[in-house]
Design a protein around this ligand. Structure first.
Ligand code: CTP
Ligand code: MG
Length: 583
C-alpha cells in the first residue's frame, strides 16, 4: 500500500490497439497489485472487441467480478467539484486520509470526481472532517454519505492555479461521429467491432454504476444493516450501451448470512419479526419504505416513483450525480442469475457482443425499441434472439443452457424459488466453438433467419437451443431461461413484431445487395452497417420501398440467390482462427 502515492499518474490506455480514434484521457492513480489493477487487466481481456484474437487469459467468474467491483466501490467517494480545480492539490488534500488507488473526473451538470482510496478507513477519515452545510433559510437533513461537495475556501487567491480538468466520457458518440467512423471502417466486420467499441460501457462508467449502487446501499442500510445493493441487467451482463439504465437489486439475504452461525445445545434463538401474508407483500412494504427514504433523505436521488403494483415491484428514480436512471427491485434473484448467464454468453465468443450491440443499435435506430415501456421489443428480448440464433449455427457458436447445466459442479448448484438455475460458472471449462463465420455473414443471416421465422407457431428457447411449439398465443414467444412458464416478450404486439420482421427482411436484402457492389469509400455513401443504422437512410428506404417490388417477392428472390451461393458463403472466414468444437 505504501507504493500508492499522489504523483504516480498513469495514463491507462485501455483498448489502445483497438481504435485509431483518440480516446478521452483517463487519469488514474494506481496501487500495483490491488484489485483495481487486476480489474483493469480483466477489463482489457474480457472487454476485448476484436474478433479472431487469441485470448488465453483465464476468464473470471461473474461472482468474482461482482465482489471485486463491489469492494472497490466501498472504498470510493463521489465528489462534486468546482468547475475549475487544481488537480494535484486536490489529490494531495485527499491523500491526507490515506493513499489513493485511482480517480477520474466526469461531467454531469457540473464536474464530479470519483476517488478510490486504497483502504476503507480513508473514507471514514474523510467523512470525519466533512461538515454538514448550513444553508441559510433552508434546513439540511444531516446524512453522512459518501457523496460529497468540495468548496474552495479562498477561491480568489487560487484563481491562477485553477485549471480545466480532462474528463472521462460518459456518453455514446453522436450519429455524425458514428457515421464517420463506420464509413471509414475497412469491412463490415470492422464496422461491427467499431460500434461495439464506441457504445460499450467504459471502465469509468462501469465503476460509476457500482459506486451508485454502493451509495444507495448506504441509504438502504439505515433500515437493513448488512443488506447489499447489486447491479444487474445490462450494467453487468456485458451488453450495456453507454446511457443504459441501472438495474439494482436490494439483496436482503446477506443479512441472514452473518447470523446463521451454527449453535450447539438445547437452545435456539430467533429474531422477533413482523409477518406479512406473502413474499409479494413483503417486497412491496420493503420497497415502499426504501423509496420513501430515497425520496426524503437520499442525496442526489430525484424523481422517485414507487411502482409497487407491477409484476415485479420497483422503485424508479434518477441519480443526479451519475446521471443514471435507476430501477431498484428486491426479491429478484433470478434476474441476477440471468445477468450471469448473459455475461457467460458474452464472454464465450468475441462475436456475440459485437452482434448484439449492432442488433440493439439497429433496433433503436428504427424505433423498434424505446425507453418508454409499451408493446415494443426490449433489448433483453433481442439479446435472447441473438443467443438463440448463434446456438442454431452449424457448428453452433454458443452452447445451449441445458449443455451448460451438464458442465456444472456442486458449487454451481442453484435453486431459486423452486426454479433450477444451475449452470457452470467457470467459463474456462467451456470449449470454444469451431465455427469461423464472419460477423458480416452472421448479421446478414440473423436478419434472414428472423425475417422468415415462424413466429406464429414457434417459441424461442435458449435452454434447448431449438424452436418449440408456442405454449400460448402471444405474437412473440421467448421463453424465460429459468422461469420457463414465463414469456419475456409477452408485451410485444403483432404490429411491432411485423415491423421487426419487415425491417429484418429489408436489412438482409440491403446487406445482400451490398455484398455484390459495395460503394467505394470515396463515394461518401453509407455502406454496410452505416446503411442499416442511419434513420435518414431508413426513411429513404421506406419511401423507395413503395416504388419497389413487395418485400416478400424480393426476399423470395434473395433466398433463391442465396441458396445458389450457399457454398461460397459457408467457407468465408475473414482470417478468423480455427477453434475446436463444443459439444
Ligand atoms: N428481465 C427478465 N425478464 C423480463 C425483463 C427483464 O428476466 N421480461 C431481467 C433480465 O435479466 C434483464 C434485467 O431484468 O437483463 C433488466 O431488464 P431491462 O432493464 O429491461 O433489460 P437490460 O438487459 O438491462 O437492457 P437495457 O439495456 O435495455 O436496460
Ligand atoms: Mg436495464
Amino acid at each position: 500500500m505504501a507504493a500508492c502515492s499522489v504523483g504516480l499518474l498513469t495514463r491507462l490506455s485501455l483498448r489502445v490497439q483497438r481504435s485509431q480514434v483518440q480516446r478521452p484521457l483517463r487519469r488514474l492513480l494506481s496501487c500495483p497489485g490491488t484489485v483495481a489493477a487486476g480489474l483493469r487487466r480483466e477489463e482489457q481481456s474480457s472487454g476485448s472487441a476484436e474478433t479472431g484474437s487469441e485470448d488465453r487469459t483465464p476468464k473470471k467468474r461473474f461472482s468474482e467480478v461482482q465482489n471485486e467491483r463491489r469492494e472497490q466501490a466501498q472504498r470510493t467517494v463521489l465528489i462534486h467539484c468546482p468547475d475549475k480545480i487544481n488537480e494535484k492539490k486536490f489529490l494531495k488534500f485527499l491523500s491526507q486520509h490515506g493513499p489513493i488507488n485511482s480517480h477520474f473526473f466526469y461531467e454531469s451538470f457540473g464536474l464530479y470526481a470519483a476517488v478510490e482510496f486504497c483502504q476503507k478507513e480513508s473514507v471514514t477519515s474523510l467523512q470525519n472532517i466533512t461538515r454538514t452545510p448550513s444553508l441559510g433559510p433552508e434546513a439540511a437533513i444531516p446524512f453522512k454519505s459518501r457523496y460529497l461537495n468540495l468548496k474552495l475556501r479562498n477561491s480568489l487567491n487560487q484563481t491562477s492555479e485553477l485549471s480545466s480538468i480532462q474528463c472521462s466520457n460518459q456518453s455514446s458518440p453522436s450519429s455524425k461521429k458514428l457515421y464517420q467512423l463506420l464509413c471509414c471502417a475497412e469491412s463490415v466486420d470492422d464496422q461491427l467491432n467499431t460500434l461495439l467499441r464506441e457504445f460499450q460501457l467504459t471502465e469509468e462508467n462501469t465503476r460509476l454504476r457500482y459506486l451508485t449502487c454502493s451509495l444507495i446501499e448506504d441509504v438502504a442500510a439505515a433500515y437493513f444493516p448488512d443488506c447489499a445493493v447489486r447491479p444487474f441487467g445490462s450494467s453487468v451482463n456485458s451488453f450495456g450501451k453507454l446511457g443504459c439504465d441501472l438495474d439494482m437489486f436490494l439483496d436482503l439475504d446477506e443479512i441472514g448470512k452473518f447470523t446463521a452461525q451454527k449453535t450447539s445445545g438445547n437452545f435456539l434463538m430467533e429474531f422477533q419479526v413482523k409477518n406479512v401474508p406473502s413474499e409479494r407483500v413483503a417486497t412491496q412494504k420493503i420497497l415502499s419504505v426504501i423509496g420513501e427514504c430515497l425520496d426524503q433523505f437520499g442525496p442526489g436521488c430525484v424523481g422517485v416513483q414507487r411502482i409497487l403494483n407491477a409484476r415485479c415491484p420497483l422503485v424508479r428514480f434518477s441519480h443526479q450525480a451519475s446521471g443514471f436512471q435507476c430501477d431498484l427491485t428486491t426479491n429478484n434473484r433470478i434476474a441476477l442469475k440471468s445477468s450471469e448467464l448473459l455475461y457467460m454468453y458474452g464472454a464465450l465468443d468475441s462475436r456475440v457482443r459485437a452482434l448484439v450491440f449492432s442488433v440493439r443499435c439497429w433496433a433503436r435506430a428504427h424505433s423498434l425499441t424505446s425507453s418508454i415501456p409499451g408493446a415494443w421489443i426490449t433489448n433483453f428480448s433481442l439479446t435472447m434472439m441473438v443467443i438463440f440464433f448463434l446456438q442454431r449455427r452449424s457448428p453452433p457458436i454458443l452452447p445451449t443452457l441445458d449443455y451448460l447445466k451438464t458442465l456444472a459442479d456442486a458449487e454451481d448448484k442453484c435453486i431459486i424459488e423452486g426454479h433450477n438455475c444451475t449452470f457452470v460458472g467457470d467459463l474456462n471449462r467451456i470449449k470454444p466453438s469451431r465455427n469461423t463465420e464472419t460477423l458480416e455473414l452472421l448479421l446478414k443471416e440473423f436478419f434472414e433467419y428472423f425475417g422468415n421465422f415462424a413466429f406464429n407457431k414457434n417459441s424461442i428457447n435458449i435452454r434447448q437451443g431449438r424452436e418449440q411449439n408456442k405454449p400460448e398465443s402471444s405474437p412473440l414467444h421467448i421463453q424465460n431461461p429459468f422461469e420457463t412458464s414465463l414469456n419475456v416478450s409477452k408485451n410485444v404486439s403483432q404490429s411491432q413484431l411485423q415491423k421487426f420482421v419487415d425491417l429484418a427482411r429489408e436489412s438482409a436484402w440491403i446487406l445482400h445487395q451490398e455484398g455484390k457492389d459495395r460503394p467505394s469509400p470515396s463515394s461518401n455513401q453509407p455502406w454496410g452497417l452505416a446503411a442499416l443504422l442511419l434513420p435518414s437512410v431508413a426513411n429513404n428506404m421506406s419511401l423507395s420501398k413503395k416504388k419497389k417490388k413487395p418485400a416478400s417477392e424480393r426476399i423470395k428472390n434473395l433466398l433463391d440467390s442465396i441458396k445458389s451461393s450457399g457454398a461460397e458463403n459457408s467457407t468465408a472466414t475473414n482470417g478468423r482462427r480455427a477453434i475446436s468444437t463444443q459439444a
